[in-house]
Structures are given as structure tokens and as C-alpha cells.
Design a protein around this ligand. Sequence first.
Ligand code: RET
Length: 250
Amino acid sequence: TPEFQKAGDIGNRTLWVVFVIMLISSLAFYVMAFRVPVQKRMFHILTAFITTFAMISYFAMAVNDGVSYNKITIKQSQKHFPDTFQTIYREVYWARYVDWCLTTPLLLLDLCLLAGLGGAHILVAVVADLIMILTGLFAAFTVEIGPKWGWYAMACIAYLVVVYQLAYNGRGIVQNKDKKTATFFSAIAGFTLILWTVYPIIWGIADGSRNINVDAEIVAYAVLDVLAKPVFGFWLLFTHDAMSGTASIE
Ligand code: RET
């Protein structure tokens, strides 16, 4: 008999709560965007788009549209019987991957522009990031356990490229800016890298090895998403607004 793993009440309510948080922070970011001079508006617009995409994706997940099932068959070795197989269907929220494909490049753009990275560095970070998300999507939907972790490994390698761009190139280049900007970049990029590193860990224990149920997975990603988008956004924009003139980009 196949086993179904799907969201319950806790998961569904969590999706709605995060939808509302994304909605309110998007509105706040658009208002903030209008109140700064147009030369300083780039970060505000980027950040408002990030929470807008997340709001749409959380709405899709909350109304059960951005979700599908992944089937996986696990061989259970038993002593005296022929091999028995257990089939598990688990909900996979593909809306997350659409969201991440659009929002993680924008988050990286925020950080790259803050650091003052140039076109080639930005392109490498963004393309590596897209490869990370798309190979992660294959990992989520493949039916065999071997290829699953193969895709996962590819995604992790791509993630290391992203880390390198921010932690090495970003930190190097930002030294050309004023001291305040350099210090702020280290803090917010460090915060970002710590948060982002938790995503593959959650994926591994939820989607990958199915050690936590769908509700727990939803709650874990909810906490991470709120920190990575609205909290990140308010921190970036308030700090940027306060550093008058110093960190405007063009
Ligand atoms: C996956 C699984 C495969 C391995 C890796 C992953 C990394 C995902 C990351 C996601 C970041 C999302 C953010 C969302 C914004 O709110 C695809 C989970 C490395 C880093 C920041």
C-alpha cells in the first residue's frame, strides 16, 4: 500500500501567515521606494520585487496550486521474504523552485550591487545560482534515489560558486568603497550565507531522506524565507537609507 505524505492544518496555516507577511512587506517596500530619490531606488525596487514573487508563490502553495506529488519506491530488505517495496508519494511544492529561480538572483543582485561587483562577477553568481535551483528541482522530482543525490550534489557545487563570488570576490571588491559600506556588506552577506546554507540541510532531511514530515518542512522553509526576504529587505533598506549618499549605485 502506498503511503501519502502531505500537508496538514499546521502547514496550510503557516503558508497563509507567510503570504500575509510577504504582502505587507511588499507594500512597505514599494512605499519606501517612492520616498527615496530615484538614484537610490534600485535596492528598494529589487527588494520589493523579491517579496512580491514570494507572496505570489505562497499564495499558490496555500491554495494548493503550486504542489505536485513525487513518487519514490524504497526497497526494504527483509530476511526471509523476497524483496518488498514501499511506495511513498510525497508532496513537492514546485512553486518554491519558481520563486527561488526569480528571487535568489535578485537577492544576489542586491548584494553584488552593494559590494560594487562588476558585470562578469554578477553573471557568474546569477548563472551558478540558477543552476543550483534548477538541479535542485530535478533532485526533487527524480524517482530514483541515486540520481536524486547526484542532482543534489550538482546543486551544492553550484552553491559553492555562489558562496565564492560573495565571500571572496564580494569582500575583496567592497574594500574599494567606504568603510561603513564594507562593514555593512560583511554583516549582511554573512547573514545571507548562513541562512542560505540551511536550505540544502532542510532539503536533505525533508525532501531528500524524508526524515521530517511535510508540515515540519513547510514551517522550516517559512522561517528561513521570512528571514531571507522581509527581514533581509528591511535591514538592507533601512541601513541603505541611513547611509546617505555613500552607497548609492549607478
Ligand atoms: C536546494 C537543494 C539542492 C541543494 C541546494 C539547494 C539550495 C537552495 C538555496 C535556496 C535559497 C533560497 C532562498 C529563498 C529566499 O527566500 C535547491 C534546496 C544547495 C540556497 C534564499
